[in-house]
Design a protein around this ligand. Sequence first.
Ligand code: GSH
Length: 177
Amino acid sequence: MKAGEQRQPAYLAINPLGKVPAVRHGEALVTEQVAITIYLADLFPQAGLTPALNDPLRGPYLRWIAYYGSSFEPALIDKFMQREPAPITQSPYADYDTMLGALEAQLSKGPYLLGERMTAADVLWGVAFSWTMMFGIVPKKDVFVRYAERMTARPAFQRITAADDEMAAQHAKAAGV
Ligand SMILES: N[C@@H](CCC(=O)N[C@@H](CS)C(=O)NCC(=O)O)C(=O)O
């Protein structure tokens, strides 16, 4: 992205939207964070991050992952652009405060989105809260701050952030920025 390669033909052949992330696994090409989250969690069941198909938590698990792409992301962009949402019957997320309020109510039951069990949904949402609060789009309410801290303090998160920073530095150097 430092060199703008996400808008070059080679990457647009992977994702025509020019967006990351994208994962290629064998013949499968997966884009969209929601799909990637579900895909990877299912691919590595030994990590224990996905409720089984017959687990009563499976539905809520899918619900809160889908909520990210279907409700949170569009609401976030409208908020960031200071745009009025579409009328409530047309808006995919009702209105911003209602959308965020539902998340807050869910997280207040904590410590994770599904209660005591941490799942891949929390990996997605922990990162989401972390950067959206950093950019001031989501208010730094206690419940969100504690949740983001809980997720970003995990050794796995620390490891991947360090690897990411290193990769970004290499890319910046290569791109001369
Ligand atoms: N709906 C996509 C959104 C992905 C997205 O917003 N990616 C940003 C991450 S920084 C991006 O690729 N931005 C680079 C650009 O558009 O130039 C998803 O959930 O994967």
